[in-house]
Design a protein around this ligand. Structure first.
Ligand code: IPE
Ligand code: MG
Length: 226
């Protein structure tokens, strides 16, 4: 979800106003993905490990906004049977936000049809290192027995354990880079970049991305027989 800051600057508004508008886009897209497209897994990249280096007022605002979203949308998630997961380290977040998050995680734990992942305090490299550390600990403490350390095992140690890899990655705001997002999981994900800034991103454009995705030939490194 990139481009909130630029959206605001172009209107002479503070960056935080861009984030506020961006949250409205996120809500609209979550609804559309589930209700109209029936997409079972949706991940929003909301706050990266690197985002802590932004000005403290902006960091504080983004954390507040996340708390607001979790609190205000809790009922909506439950009513629509959407299971929430947070990809990222919760331990480093303020206790008040953690409490709000944990409450929502608990309330939505039983849902299976729709999954909303919010990557918050997330970094792909950090996620991989965390998995390695946990595997080493589990092996040393005898919890892995003789299990081979292969891709199947490794996946179980990622935040996305039990979920399929993403089919499509949409990046708004025009930058053609990955920015530490789901590095392991997107090995064969289709990329779609748009110049549209996140607050201006619409369900119509989302649909256009999905339709283009459906025309792509996914080979996963293989040669397809004619
Ligand atoms: C939203 O866009 C990303 C986050 C919520 C951290 P940016 O804040 O990165 O917007 P630009 O790239 O400055 O326009
Ligand atoms: Mg940006």
């Amino acid at each position: 979800m990139d481009g909130n800051g630029r959206w605001a600057r172009r209107r002479g508004l503070p960056r935080t106003e861009g984030h506020r508008r961006g949250l409205l886009t996120a809500e609209r897209i979550v609804r559309f993905a589930g209700e109209e497209l029936g997409i079972p897994y949706l991940t929003l990249y909301a706050f990266s490990k690197e985002n802590w280096q932004r000005p403290p007022e902006e960091v504080e605002f983004l954390i507040e906004l996340m708390g607001e979203f979790i609190r205000e949308k809790r009922k909506l998630l439950v009513e629509n049977e959407i299971r929430l997961r947070i990809l990222g380290d919760l331990e480093e977040l303020p206790p008040s936000l953690r409490e709000e998050v944990e409450k929502t995680l608990e309330l939505t734990r039983g849902f299976e049809r729709y999954h909303l992942n919010i990557a918050f305090n997330y970094g792909g490299r950090q996620e991989i290192l965390r998995a390695v550390r946990q595997i080493v600990t589990d092996r040393l403490e005898g919890r892995l027995n003789g299990e081979p350390i292969d891709e199947r095992l490794f996946r179980r140690y990622l935040y996305t354990a039990g979920q399929p890899d993403p089919d499509l990655l949409i990046r708004t705001g025009g930058e053609e880079r990955i920015s530490n997002f789901l590095l392991w999981q997107i090995a064969y994900t289709e990329l779609w970049v748009t110049e549209t800034l996140w607050p201006d991103f619409t369900p119509e454009e989302f649909l256009a991305a999905v339709e283009e995705y459906q025309c792509r030939e996914r080979r996963f490194g293989q040669v397809l027989q004619p």
